[in-house]
Design a protein around this ligand. Structure first.
Ligand code: KIV
Length: 273
């Protein structure tokens, strides 16, 4: 019997995320970028699916998340939203579509919700994006925050190393998290920060924190699906747990197919009309 406490039928909403935190039930989130994978994850009981701008890396082969466009994100999110019946679908607003201009943030988020069917947006940053968060929340758009390592700012940070190790940056992160909560965010991602800090933030907030490389004190966890299923072999940070070796499965299957085609073994009598 499964030890999973999730009610697999009940639709996950932002209100339900808050209830889960109150009950001490952890939130499970994975990224997905297409209908097929989202359907499988949904059937397996995932709580939230994030159409992350990590699609820039894992789907489009870019070095960073900077180049991906709003149109590309909407295309990925469309498939995911159709596949997710129970999970809450959150879509990243990509770089350049919300920073510095709350009305642009509103136009971008409205497009995501109307055109893709995603139910919430995620945006990166703290007090620098307060006006955008506030405008989206007032428009009735659920917003997930994202603090710590914020990959859209890679050109400022210069590396993807652990953030907020020093007290000043840790204090700013705590202040930013409290501010995002006050502005009405329904959850906040904490990426690559010390576990003690993530636990402190999670204890201070009434909204759930969802960690990636932020330890076990968060209210939920998120991973990129290609990483956790072993498709992305070159990527092995300390925080990553691999649940499968799909790279080998695919490699073996493709090799077998190539051999069968070349030898004339595929298709056989039963595989033709
Ligand atoms: O884009 C993404 O996949 C993300 C997660 C890693 C949190 O933002």
């Amino acid at each position: 019997m499964s030890t999973n406490t999730v009610d697999n039928k009940k639709k996950v909403t932002t209100a339900r995320c808050a209830e889960m935190k109150q009950r001490g039930e952890k939130l499970s989130m994975l990224t997905a970028y297409d209908f097929t994978i989202a359907s499988l994850m949904d059937q397996a009981g995932i709580d939230l699916i994030l159409v992350g701008d990590s699609a820039s890396n894992v789907m489009l082969g870019n070095e960073t998340t900077i180049p991906i466009t709003l149109d590309e994100m909407i295309t990925f999110a469309k498939g995911v939203a159709k596949g997710a019946k129970r999970a809450l679908v959150v879509c990243d607003l990509p770089f350049g579509t919300y920073q510095g201009d709350p009305m642009m943030a509103l136009r971008s988020a409205v497009r995501v919700l109307k055109e893709s069917g995603a139910e919430a947006v995620k945006i990166e940053g703290g007090e620098e994006i307060a006006d955008s968060v506030s405008t989206l929340v007032k428009a009735g758009i659920p917003v997930m925050g994202h603090l710590g390592l914020t990959p859209q700012s890679i050109n400022v940070f210069g590396t993807y190393g652990v953030r907020a190790k020093e007290e000043a940056e840790a204090q700013k992160l705590i202040d930013d998290a409290l501010m995002l909560q006050k502005l009405g965010c329904f959850a906040v991602v904490l990426e690559k920060i010390p576990a003690d800090l993530a636990r402190r933030v999670s204890e201070k907030l009434t909204i759930p924190t969802i960690g990636i490389g932020a330890g076990n004190g968060c209210d939920g966890q998120v991973l990129v699906w290609q990483d956790m299923l072993g498709l992305n072999q070159g990527f092995s940070p300390k925080f990553l747990r691999r649940y499968a070796d799909l790279a080998s499965v695919i490699n073996n299957a493709v090799e077998a197919y190539v051999n069968d085609v070349k030898s004339g073994d595929f298709p056989n009598q039963n595989e033709q009309y």
